[in-house]
Design a protein around this ligand. Sequence first.
Ligand code: FUB
Length: 325
Amino acid sequence: MEKTKPNEPIVKHIYTADPSAHVFEGKIYIYPSHDLDHDGPSNDNGDQYAMEDYHVLSMDNMDSPVVDHGEVLHVKDVPWATKQMWAPDAAFKNETYYLFFPARDKEGIFRIGVATSSTPAGPFKAEENYIPGSFSIDPAVLVDEDGRAYCYFGGLWGGQLEKWQTGEFKPDAEGPAATAPALGPRVAEMNEDMLTFKGEVKEISIVDEEGNPIVAGDEDRRFFEGPWMHKYNGKYYLSYSTGTTHKIVYAIGDNPQGPFVFKGTILNPVSGWTTHHSIVEFEDKWYLFYHDCSLSGGVNHKRSVKYAELKYNEDGTIQTVIPNK
Ligand code: FUB
């Protein structure tokens, strides 16, 4: 098996995307989407992202080959789900590994489900139902140092976040006006069981340095999809994709539920429409895991996971990663 190199696909035998990287049991485990190698049509609803299962990948260290632990969960084994197993994440608590994932339910509405395993490499067993009160896509779960866990989620367009502005699913709802505050990602504290939300789902506020909300028309800075949360020097870093402008950007806050002050760009646009990432510390260095479409020659729904080292400035801001295309 080949060693991994920064800014190269970490595996080439399957297409992988939306990597959520974690250090479990002293290794890096990566929980990606598994892109299907199909030639069907594309649209703004994201129908081309027709994924059916998840694989888990792991690396002993940053120089070692990547192990593909195989299929760990298939949509046919998720009682409530019908299709589109999009960007997942994983967390460890209660001596259990939890896989969080979005998929469409029997009514075509995106929901967030959980599956559990006694090992980070799976296989995972899905719960009977999705998390009650969950909606939209792209869950990312932070287990904070005090043991409290938070689930961040949300995505515009095909991710359906616009349709939940009233708290109920409205199939024809559109996003806010360009001058109105953008829709924020959602956060819910998890119960101790890690299978249910503790309280209400809250909308996260992202503001500029003057405290003004980032507006919906500010496509270089407004939230689109793919929230990720990490901590650095006691601060909470919320990072996400800007979708239409194809950047990974970040905002910093003092509280895991916000508000967050917009700071800048972590990753410039990659090849392909989507961009999606995670951030992890391993052996005293920080890494950005991301994806692009270079291996498929630019096919938006055939993506490959890569990584790059992430560096901070002394003031806690992050140096922008310039991807190779
Ligand atoms: O992989 C399907 C969707 O594309 C993800 O849920 C989004 O974040 C985007 O990467």
